[in-house]
Ligand binder design. Structure first.
Ligand SMILES: Nc1nc2c(ncn2[C@@H]2O[C@H](COP(=O)(O)OP(=O)(O)OP(=O)(O)O)[C@@H](O)[C@H]2O)c(=O)[nH]1
Length: 626
C-alpha cells in the first residue's frame, strides 16, 4: 500500500496536448458501487487536475442527489495531463453512470472513447452490470483494460477474480491490474497502461467538422452546456454550427475543455473531447447522440444514428395540495430542460385531481425525478403505482397504446402486447433455486444458465417488464441475502393474457386504482386492494361497498359498515311520531347519499393505498385517525 504520491505526480505533468496521437479517450465502466467515481477522484488528484485541498469525494458527481445516494446519474468528461517518459499526453476521462436506467448515457459515452477501463470490485467479482457494460464496450470496438479495484479491503480476492475476468475477456490473469481507488495504490500504473494500450483517436482534420454530442446539461446561468467529441475537422469559437438532426444553427459562444472546471480554448480538433455553449435554453435542442457540424461547410453524413431514450415506466404525479398544480407544471418544465428522457402530459383523476402522466426510463429515474421535484421545487407529491406501456389490438384492427391503466379499452378487444426484457442475474450458485422460484412466479422464461466459476452462476431470463418494475429487485435481493445482481434490457413485446382490474367505491370506478394485471393475478390484486381500502376509509353514514371488477364482472367485495347516527339523541321522551319522522328522514338521507354515491375518502387514504411500502402503512394509520 502506498500513499498518493502527489509530488511525484506533479513532476510528471506536462502541458495539455492537442495532436490526436497524444490524446487518449477512455471511460471507466463497472457495476454499480464498484468504485468508478472514487477511482476517477484519485486520477484527478494524481494528474494534478484537482489539488488535495480542493478535493472532495466524488468530485465529478455534481448533483446533490448523486452525492447523497453515492450514484452517478449524468456522465462527466474531464481532461487530465499525464506524462510517460518525456512525452506529454492528454487523457480524456468520461465517468459514466452504472445503473440500468441510465444505460443510454453509458452507450453514448462509450461511443466517444477508444478504450474502457473495466473495473471490478476485488471483493465482489463480476456482477450483472459488469457484463452488460462490457458487452456495450465490445460492441463499440473499445480496447478493454481489466482492473480489479478495492484491493485494500481485507475481503479482497484479487487473484481469484483476476482468473474470472481473464476467463471472461480472454488473456492472462497477470495482465489484470490491481488498484485501490481509496488509497491510490496502482492508479499511476493504470494511467501508464491507458497511454500504452488505448489507441489514439483517428480522424480527418481537413474534412468539415463532425462532433458527436454525448451529453447535454442545463446550467441556470449559462444555458445548455453540450459535451462533444470531435471526430473530423475542428470547431472554433464564434463560428456558426448546425445540429445535423434538426438542421438548427447556433453561434458557438464558447468552446473549451473541462479540467476539472470549464476552461475556454481556441477550439477543439480531431479526437478532442470538450464542451460547447451556444446560448440554447433547452437540452432538447442539443440532443444526445446528434452530430454537430459547421453551418457554413456542413458535413455530408451524420455520425452513427441515435435514438431518443424511450420511456419505459409511467406513473401519475399529483400535487397533494391541488393549488400546487401550476407550480408542478413549472417544475417539470424546468427539469425537462436538463433531462431529455423526461416526458409528461397533463391528466386528471377523479380521485387525485389535476396532475401529470410522466414517462420514465425506469424506477430509479422515477424516484430521482420525484425526489428532485420535492426537494428542488418544494412540492409535496403523490405518485400512482408505476406501470409499463401496453399495445392493445382492437376489433377494427387498429391498435391503441395505453400508458394509463384507466384508459385500457373496454368491450371486446383482440390481443394485448406487453413489453418484455432480457434479464441477466448473477448470483452464488446456492441461490439458483430461490431465483428460479421468484422468476417463475413473475412469469419468467429461463433462457440459459452458465457457471462463471465454481460458485458463481449467470442466469438468463425473459421476463415481462411489468413484473420487473414493481418489487422484483427488492425480492431478488432479499431472497439471495443481497448477493444477486440484476441487469436487464428491453427486447420487444409479447402477447399476454392481461386484464384491467377496476376498483369501485359505491359503484364508481376510482381511476387511480385501476391496474393492468395478468389474468391469474387479477383476483389477488382485487382482494388486496379491497381489503386495504376497507382498512383505510373511515366509516360513513351509510354502507360503502368496495368492489374489484374485470369489466362488469365483480371479482372481490368488501363492505364498510355504516355508522348509525343517533338522531334520537336530542329527543327526550316526547311523542313517538316525532321520533319516527326523524328516523324516516335519516333513512331518506342515507338513500340519497347512496344514490349520489358520495363517499368521504380522505386523501391520505388514497396516498396510503397507492404506496406499498412500510411508510404506506404508517400513512394508512394516520389516515384512519383522521
Ligand atoms: N475500501 C475501498 N472502498 C472503496 C474503494 N473504491 C471505492 N470504494 C467505496 O465503494 C463505494 C462505491 O464507490 P463509488 O466510487 O461511489 O462507486 P461507483 O462505481 O462510482 O458508483 P456509481 O456511480 O453509483 O455507479 C463507496 O463507499 C467508496 O467509498 C477502494 O478502493 N477501497
Amino acid at each position: 500500500m502506498s500513499p498518493i504520491p502527489s509530488a511525484a505526480a506533479t513532476s510528471r505533468i506536462r502541458p495539455a496536448a492537442t495532436a490526436p496521437e497524444l490524446l487518449r479517450n477512455f471511460c471507466i465502466i463497472a457495476h454499480i458501487d464498484h468504485g468508478k467515481s472514487t477511482l476517477a477522484d484519485r486520477m484527478l488528484q494524481l494528474t494534478g487536475v484537482v489539488d488535495a485541498r480542493a478535493m472532495r469525494a466524488q468530485y465529478l458527481d455534481r448533483m446533490d442527489i448523486e452525492r447523497e445516494r453515492g450514484i452517478t446519474i449524468k456522465s462527466q468528461a474531464v481532461r487530465m495531463p499525464w506524462g510517460v517518459g518525456d512525452q506529454a499526453y492528454a487523457l480524456n476521462m468520461i465517468d459514466t453512470p452504472g445503473h440500468v436506467d441510465f444505460t443510454y448515457e453509458v452507450s453514448r459515452s462509450l461511443a466517444a472513447c477508444e478504450g474502457a477501463v473495466l473495473l471490478v470490485d476485488a471483493a465482489q467479482g463480476i456482477e450483472a452490470q459488469t457484463l452488460a457494460n462490457l458487452y456495450l464496450a465490445l460492441e463499440n470496438d473499445l480496447t478493454i483494460i481489466p482492473v480489479l479495484n478495492k484491493i485494500d479491503l481485507p475481503a479482497a480476492q484479487p487473484e481469484k477474480y483476476a482468473e474470472e475476468l481473464a476467463g471472461l475477456i480472454g488473456g492472462d490473469p497477470a495482465d489484470c491490474l490491481k488498484v485501490s481507488g481509496k488509497t491510490g495504490e496502482g492508479v499511476e500504473a493504470l494511467l501508464d497502461r491507458i497511454v500504452e494500450l488505448v489507441p489514439a483517436p483517428v480522424g480527418d482534420a481537413d474534412k468539415p467538422a463532425r462532433a458527436m454530442i454525448f451529453d447535454s446539461v442545463y446550467d441556470t446561468y449559462r444555458g445548455v452546456v453540450t459535451y462533444v467529441r470531435v471526430v473530423d475537422g475542428n470547431l472554433n469559437p464564434r463560428e456558426r454550427i448546425a445540429m445535423m438532426s434538426t438542421k438548427a444553427t447556433h453561434e458557438l459562444l464558447e468552446i473549451g475543455v473541462i479540467s476539472p472546471e470549464p476552461v475556454p480554448t481556441q477550439g477543439l480538433g480531431v479526437g478532442e473531447v470538450g464542451y460547447l455553449i451556444t446560448g440554447v435554453k433547452d437540452v432538447r435542442q442539443s440532443k444526445v447522440g446528434d452530430t454537430v457540424t459547421n453551418a457554413g461547410k456542413p458535413a455530408a453524413d451524420a455520425l452513427g444514428g441515435y435514438s431518443d431514450p424511450k420511456p419505459m415506466v409511467f406513473s401519475g404525479l399529483y400535487p397533494i395540495d391541488g393549488s400546487d398544480y401550476p407550480a408542478l407544471r413549472d417544475a417539470l418544465d424546468k427539469l425537462k430542460l436538463n433531462d431529455a428522457a423526461l416526458n409528461y402530459e397533463p391528466e386528471t383523476s377523479v380521485a387525485l385531481g389535476f396532475g401529470f402522466r410522466v414517462g420514465f426510463l425506469g424506477l430509479l429515474h422515477l424516484e430521482i425525478v420525484r425526489e428532485r421535484l420535492e426537494r428542488e421545487f418544494d412540492l409535496d407529491l403523490i405518485s400512482t403505482a408505476p406501470n409499463v406501456v401496453y399495445d392493445v389490438d382492437l376489433e377494427d384492427r387498429t391498435t391503441v397504446r395505453v400508458t394509463n391503466p384507466s384508459e385500457f379499452p373496454g368491450g371486446k378487444i383482440g390481443a394485448v402486447h406487453e413489453p418484455i426484457v432480457k434479464a441477466t442475474i448473477l448470483a452464488p450458485s446456492e441461490f439458483i433455486g430461490a431465483i428460479m422460484e421468484l422468476c417463475q412466479g413473475k412469469r419468467g422464461d429461463l433462457q440459459g444458465m452458465d457457471y462463471l466459476s465454481e460458485e458463481r452462476v449467470e442466469m438468463r431470463y425473459i421476463l415481462p417488464m411489468a413484473e420487473i418494475v414493481f418489487d422484483f429487485f427488492d425480492q431478488l435481493k432479499s431472497r439471495t441475502r443481497g448477493y444477486a445482481s440484476l441487469d436487464y434490457e428491453p427486447i420487444g413485446e409479447q402477447v399476454a393474457d392481461l386484464v384491467k382490474v377496476d376498483i369501485l367505491l359505491q359503484g364508481e370506478t376510482v381511476d387511480a386504482f385501476s391496474a393492468i394485471v395478468h389474468k391469474d393475478k387479477a383476483y389477488a390484486y382485487g382482494v388486496m386492494m379491497a381489503t386495504k381500502l376497507k382498512d383505510l376509509i373511515p366509516r360513513q353514514q351509510f354502507e360503502v361497498p368496495i368492489q374489484a371488477a374485470i369489466g362488469s364482472r365483480i371479482i372481490a367485495r368488501e363492505t364498510i359498515r355504516a355508522i348509525r347516527k343517533d338522531v334520537l339523541a336530542k329527543c327526550y321522551g316526547g311523542d313517538i311520531t316525532r321520533k319516527r319522522k326523524l328516523l324516516e328522514k335519516q333513512k331518506e338521507g342515507k338513500k340519497r347519499m347512496k344514490t349520489i354515491g358520495r363517499v368521504d375518502v380522505p386523501q391520505e387514504a388514497f396516498i396510503a393505498a397507492l404506496s406499498s411500502d412500510a411508510a404506506g402503512s404508517k400513512d394508512a394509520k394516520d389516515a384512519k385517525k383522521k
